[in-house]
Ligand binder design. Structure first.
Ligand code: ZN
Length: 72
């Protein structure tokens, strides 16, 4: 059997990157936990639903090289 460590490697705080505190896991402090909460309620993590289709090809080329026989 391997002498595996029982302790999992502490994950860093997703907000500031500091080692997380057991009390505020996975954050390092209450402040970072609130920051994460604020992001959720603030709409930072909102799902983009309204993506309007862009017209990639503008239809401005009317009669361009259509009838080459028109030139006299
Ligand atoms: Zn933090």
């Amino acid at each position: 059997m391997d002498d595996a460590p029982l302790q999992k490697p502490a994950r860093p705080c997703p907000i500031c990157g500091k080692p997380a505190a057991a009390k505020y896991r996975p954050f390092c402090s209450e402040r970072c936990a609130m920051v994460d909460l604020g992001r959720w309620f603030g709409g930072t993590y909102r799902v983009p639903t309204d993506d309007k289709p862009e017209d990639a090809a503008p239809d401005a080329r009317a009669g361009d090289a259509g009838d080459a026989d028109d030139e006299r």
